[in-house]
Design a protein around this ligand. Structure first.
Ligand code: BGC
Length: 362
């Protein structure tokens, strides 16, 4: 059986031949992988800047944005049946008794850092023909969402963020009316974030470097958001151009750009970081001005990493909502389907928006 693995010791990325998984037992589920999306994290792993193989192994099977089909179930499985489509979650809890987050099943808030992530950190991923997963880590996909369900895992980032926004803005002594959100970045995470904000009735804008006349800008407008090009507007001027900004959703992984945009956040506003920038030389920032604004205007700046089981259920609901509101725009996010043999090449160069590996049996 084929899988795609990175070998950090020898700097190789290749298709490998793996033994078939053993017969499932207990609450295990055998998954026939259907589709696996490729993201920036996978590309960082494939360029050996991120990720870890399981302890004692020389390679990591990658892939964490996955859609699988149940092929067989162990005797203890209660809800899933062969033929069901499912999304596996990525993060597995640490084992420390004192980590209340992991003990509560909220490993997205793990405090020890000893969590594992399938396809990223110390556990093999889903870019393989067959794999085994616990039933409790799988979320059932409604059949009518099958064509776009591979977007669920990246959508959990926005699903969790919106949940946090609702909780955090309960601090305001009034019920906010229609708010203005600016998404930084028009990659898959940014576009899914923008769709989420539109679906939640925010007046939404995407700020990115592509010109106003680009396909990317056209896609943004197709689902009811506005587009602002970095060619015409500096990040610190976004407030002057658009009016008061209540929320920024950062999806560029560029600290200089993000903190410059933070200058444009309005009073009582939220700034959400989702990107993980590569570590480099220190960045120069107008820190005094930013700190003044944060204090005098009650601003909240926070980071969010996906995702708990509940975020997968939320993301699937959100995906259904987006498909009801602007189905063609959602479909346009998936710009290529390729075979597993093409995956190592896909990891080295980025083309389009979301490239998806489609496993042979589809
Ligand atoms: C994944 C998350 C993961 C993060 C950090 C992202 O690409 O979607 O599940 O926690 O990378 O490893």
């Amino acid at each position: 059986m084929k899988a795609v693995a990175v070998f950090p010791g020898t700097h190789e990325v290749r298709v490998i031949d793996q033994p078939q998984p053993p017969v499932v037992k207990g609450t295990e589920v055998l998954l026939r992988m259907r589709e696996v999306g490729i993201c920036g994290t996978d590309r960082e792993i494939a360029s050996f800047q991120y990720g870890d193989p399981p302890p004692g192994e020389d390679h990591l099977i990658i892939g964490h944005e996955a859609l699988g089909e149940v092929a067989a179930v162990g005797p203890g499985v209660t809800k899933l049946r062969p033929g069901d489509l499912v999304i596996p979650s990525v993060r597995r809890p640490c084992l420390h008794a004192e980590c209340l987050a992991c003990r509560a099943g909220r490993q997205d808030f793990c405090v020890t850092g000893d969590f594992r992530e399938r396809g990223i950190k110390q556990t093999h991923g889903f870019l393989t023909e067959l794999t085994v997963e616990e039933e409790s880590n799988l979320t059932l996909v409604p059949p009518d969402l099958a064509e776009v369900a591979v977007l669920t895992e990246p959508l959990t980032i926005a699903a969790k963020a919106v949940q946090q926004v609702k909780t955090l803005q309960q601090r305001l002594p009034w019920e906010p009316s229609r708010q203005r959100a600016v998404i930084l970045g028009a990659g898959p995470v940014g576009l899914l974030g923008a769709m989420t904000m539109v679906a939640h009735n925010f007046e939404t804008y995407v700020y990115s470097r592509e010109p106003q006349s680009s396909d990317r800008a056209d896609l943004v407008r197709s689902f009811g958001a506005g587009y602002v090009s970095g060619e015409d507007t500096a990040p610190e001027d976004l407030g002057k151009k658009l009016g008061n900004i209540d929320l920024f959703y950062e999806a560029v992984g560029n600290a200089q750009l993000a903190f410059t945009a933070l200058e444009a956040l309005g009073p009582n506003g939220l700034f959400i970081f989702t990107g993980i920038p590569p570590l480099g030389a220190p960045t120069k920032l107008p820190a005094d001005q930013l700190m003044r604004n944060i204090v005098l205007e009650n601003q909240l700046v926070f980071g969010t990493v996906n995702a708990s089981r509940s975020a997968y259920a939320l993301a699937l609901r959100l995906l259904g909502q987006c498909m009801a509101l602007f189905p063609d725009s959602v479909r346009r996010l998936i710009t290529a389907h390729r075979s597993i043999d093409e995956a190592p090449g896909m990891l080295l160069r980025r083309t389009g928006i979301k490239e998806v590996v489609r496993l042979a049996w589809n």
